[in-house]
Design a protein around this ligand. Structure first.
Ligand code: ATP
Ligand code: MG
Length: 410
C-alpha cells in the first residue's frame, strides 16, 4: 500500500475543517491524513517543517489572508503544492493565487471528494515536475557555469598562444630581414670584389711574369719595382678582405665593445706615427691634445680602426703637401676630430656616405672600396658614441666623434 498523502488544512473556521475532513474521508481509498492548523504563524512553522505533501489554504485567515501565507511560504523556500480555498469563484483572486505560487484554486462548497482528490493529485504531480525542472535547471546552470569557465580559460590560453605566435612571427620577420640584408650585402660584395680584385690581381700577374723575364743583375732595379707593385696589390687585396670581414662580423653581432683604460694622448700619437709613414708626399699629420686630462676608457682595437680609417681617408682624398689635423680632448666626454684640406664631398653624395660600397662621384680615379666609413660609423655606434661631419667641396672635410666618458659595454 502506498504511503498516505499528508494534507494540512490551514483555516481559522472549524466548520470548514469539518466539511473538508468529511469530504476527504469520502474520497475512495481513504488514502489521506488530514491535519489542521487555524493560526497563520503556526501554519508557517509547519510548512517550514515540510512534513506535509500538500497545503489547503483558506483565503481568509483572521488578520491575514491565504495569499500572504503562500507568498511567505514560497519566499521561505517551500516547494510544496498549495491549493487556495475561497468562498466564491473570483477570477482576480484565482490569478493572484497562481502568481504567488498556488497550484490550484477551489471554491468552498462546490467541490466534491472526486474533484478534491483530483486537484490534490494534479497539484502534487505538478509540484514534483516543477521541482524536477528546477533541479534540472540548476544542474544546467552549473554545467553552463563550468563550461563558461572552461571556455574562458581556453580563450585565455589561446590568447597567450596567439601572443607568443605573434612575437615569434615578429622575431622571424626580423631575422629574415637581417638575413636578407646580409645576403644582399654579400652578393653586392661578390660583384664589387670581383671587379675590385681584378686590377690588383692583374698587377700581380703582369709584375710576376715581368720579373721572370729580368734575368741579369742589371735588371735588379726593375725587378724590385715589380716586387713593390706586387706587395702593394696584395696589401690592397688584404685591406678589402679585412674590411669585408669586419662588416660580416658586425652584421652577425660578433663585434663587441671591450673598453680598457689607457692614455688617449699616447695612444693617438702612436697611431699618427704609424700613419705618418703612409701619407702622400709633403702631407703632414698634425696631432694636438686639448686639456690636461688624457685617461679614457674605450675599446682600443675599435678606436685604432676608426683612427686609421679617418686618417687614411684624409690623406687619400687630399693632394700632396696638404695638412691633416687631428685633435683629441677629454673633459665631460671624449672628443676626436680629424680635419683635412682635401677634395671634399659633393652635397648630393652626402646622404649615402655611410652606405657600404658607396663612393662619391669625385673619387672615381682614387682607389677605394667604400667600406671604411660604414665600418667606422658602426664601430662608433657599438662604442656608444656619435659621429658627425662637415665637408666643403675642394675645401676640406672634418669628422667629429664623441664618446661618453663612462662607456656602456655591449
Ligand atoms: P675604403 O673602403 O678603402 O675606405 P673608400 O675610402 O672609398 O674605400 P670610405 O672610407 O667608406 O670608402 O668612404 C666612402 C666615400 O666617402 C669615399 O669614397 C669618398 O667619396 C668619401 N670620403 C670619405 N672620406 C673623405 C674625405 N676625408 N674627403 C673626401 N671624401 C671622403
Ligand atoms: Mg676609406
Amino acid at each position: 500500500m502506498p504511503d498516505k498523502i499528508r494534507v494540512l488544512l490551514i483555516d481559522d473556521d472549524e466548520d470548514d475543517f469539518i466539511i473538508t475532513r468529511d469530504t476527504i474521508e469520502d474520497i475512495p481509498g481513504r488514502n489521506f491524513l488530514l491535519d489542521w492548523s487555524s493560526s497563520f504563524s503556526e501554519a508557517l512553522d509547519l510548512i517550514k517543517e515540510g512534513k506535509h505533501d500538500i497545503y489547503l489554504v483558506d483565503f481568509r485567515l483572521g488578520a491575514h489572508d491565504g495569499l500572504e501565507l503562500i507568498t511567505q511560504a514560497v519566499e521561505g523556500g517551500s516547494m510544496a503544492p498549495f491549493i487556495l480555498l475561497t468562498g466564491q469563484s473570483d477570477r482576480e483572486t484565482d490569478e493572484k493565487a497562481m502568481r504567488v505560487g498556488a497550484s490550484d484554486y477551489l471554491v468552498k462548497g462546490t467541490f466534491d471528494p472526486f474533484s478534491l482528490e483530483r486537484a490534490i493529485r494534479y497539484s502534487i504531480e505538478h509540484a514534483k515536475n516543477l521541482a524536477e525542472i528546477q533541479k534540472l535547471n540548476s544542474e544546467l546552470e552549473q554545467r553552463v557555469d563550468a563550461r563558461t569557465r572552461e571556455l574562458g580559460e581556453a580563450v585565455k590560453k589561446l590568447e597567450e598562444t596567439n601572443r607568443s605566435l605573434y612575437d615569434a612571427q615578429v622575431e622571424i620577420r626580423k631575422a629574415l630581414q637581417k638575413e636578407k640584408e646580409l645576403h644582399e650585402l654579400k652578393s653586392r660584395f661578390v660583384t664589387i670584389a670581383s671587379h675590385e680584385f681584378r686590377t690588383p690581381l692583374s698587377t700581380v700577374l703582369s709584375s710576376a711574369s715581368l720579373i721572370s723575364k729580368y734575368k741579369t743583375t742589371d735588371d735588379d732595379e726593375k725587378r724590385q719595382k715589380h716586387v713593390e707593385r706586387i706587395k702593394n696589390a696584395v696589401s690592397h687585396l688584404t685591406t678589402i678582405l679585412n674590411d669585408f670581414l669586419s662588416i660580416s662580423r658586425i652584421e652577425e653581432g660578433k663585434i663587441y665593445n671591450v673598453p680598457t683604460t689607457f692614455d688617449l694622448n699616447e695612444f693617438t700619437a702612436e697611431v699618427v706615427d704609424e700613419m705618418q709613414g703612409l701619407v702622400k708626399l709633403g702631407q703632414k699629420i698634425n696631432y694636438t691634445h686639448t686639456g690636461p686630462e688624457t685617461e679614457v676608457t674605450l675599446d682600443k682595437q675599435l678606436m685604432k680602426n676608426i683612427l686609421l680609417n679617418l686618417l687614411s681617408n684624409a690623406s687619400k682624398y687630399s693632394g700632396e703637401g696638404k695638412q691633416i689635423f687631428i685633435n683629441t680632448e677629454v673633459n665631460s666626454g671624449i672628443k676626436l676630430t680629424v680635419k683635412d684640406q682635401g677634395i671634399g664631398i659633393p652635397d648630393a653624395d652626402k646622404v649615402h656616405l655611410f652606405t657600404p660600397f658607396f663612393r662619391a662621384q669625385n673619387v672615381t680615379n682614387i682607389q677605394g672600396t667604400g667600406l671604411g666609413l660604414n665600418i667606422v660609423n658602426r664601430y662608433v655606434d657599438i662604442m656608444g658614441g656619435t659621429l658627425t661631419y662637415e665637408s666643403e667641396l675642394n675645401e676640406g672635410t672634418t669628422f667629429r666623434i664623441t664618446f661618453p666618458k663612462h662607456p656602456t659595454t655591449a
